[in-house]
Write a protein that binds this ligand. Structure first.
Ligand SMILES: O=C(O)COP(=O)(O)O
Length: 263
């Protein structure tokens, strides 16, 4: 009887051990499959304002409408342009901070809401893609690249613009500044896109005209960045980028050179 009980105990112990090994084996197989599923597609990530789209006219119009609604005088388009890059919230704060004493009592949150209400539905009334944008997107698609947008704009505004300009279908993912826990230059914005598309940071290139675009590429440790010299940013930002491009039409050839396309 004792010997029989001993046999049962040994059998149960071995069975538990076997189950443990089997579970470990299954989880390792799952991990291997997940790693193998990461596709070798290269990814090109574009900033929007001043890189793909000349969006300043609509932003400027909504800024002037906002100032007028508070009885404040208009400001120059150049001043509006200098506030771009960190998203709408920062743009409105900067504009009101520069509007003098009369603007100091304006509730910033209410002003941002007022701006969004006017801007989002009209974000593409006057905006146009920079010359060559569509042919560049077609070229990337043909060459087997994934395409994403990484903008500090509100996602809905970015989508409205791409839809109205018939460019939305080229994008595998559109991530505005409200898409992840933080926005450019924080790496979570770009890494969120990379993770969503299941591609590799080492096969990703970021294109942009603002320091945030160059810094997000650096912070996310991707292949590198291309500074958009045709955009709204100061040309000296180009020194911080991996490469520079004079025109959007030069981007595909530069990006191809930056990426090692071997699997
Ligand atoms: O609207 C902004 O301030 C910035 O937008 P962008 O990231 O597309 O340049």
């Amino acid at each position: 009887m004792i010997i029989y009980a001993l046999f049962v105990m040994i059998f149960v112990k071995n069975l538990c051990h076997t189950i443990k090994i089997f579970t470990l084996f299954i989880s390792q197989m799952r991990l291997k499959t997940k790693i193998m599923n990461i596709k070798p597609y290269p990814l090109i990530v574009f900033d929007m304002d001043g890189t793909l789209i000349d969006s300043l006219p609509d932003i400027d119009r909504s800024c002037q409408t906002l100032l007028k609604s508070y009885g404040l005088p208009p400001i120059s388009t150049q001043s509006v342009r200098s506030t771009l890059g960190d998203g709408i919230k920062v743009t409105i704060e900067k504009i009101l901070d520069n509007a003098g004493k009369e603007a100091s009592f304006i509730d910033r949150n209410e002003a941002i809401e007022r701006f969004i209400k006017d801007y989002v539905p009209h974000a593409a009334d006057l905006s146009k893609p920079f010359e060559g944008t569509e042919e560049v997107l077609i070229k990337f698609k043909k060459n087997g690249w994934k395409i994403a947008l990484c903008s500090n704009k509100i996602t809905q505004a970015a989508k409205n613009i791409l839809e109205k300009l018939n460019l939305q279908s080229y994008f595998d993912f559109i991530a505005g500044g409200d898409c992840f826990a933080d926005k450019k230059p924080y790496p979570v914005h770009l890494l969120g896109i990379i993770n969503y598309l299941q591609v590799l940071p080492t096969k990703t290139v970021m294109v942009g005209d603002h320091l945030n675009d160059i810094l997000v590429a650096r912070n996310a440790h991707i292949t590198g960045s291309i500074f958009a010299e045709w955009g709204y940013g100061d040309l000296c930002i180009g020194k911080e980028a991996t490469m520079r491009a004079r025109s959007i039409k030069d981007v595909p050839i530069i990006a191809e050179k930056m990426i090692d396309k071997k699997p």
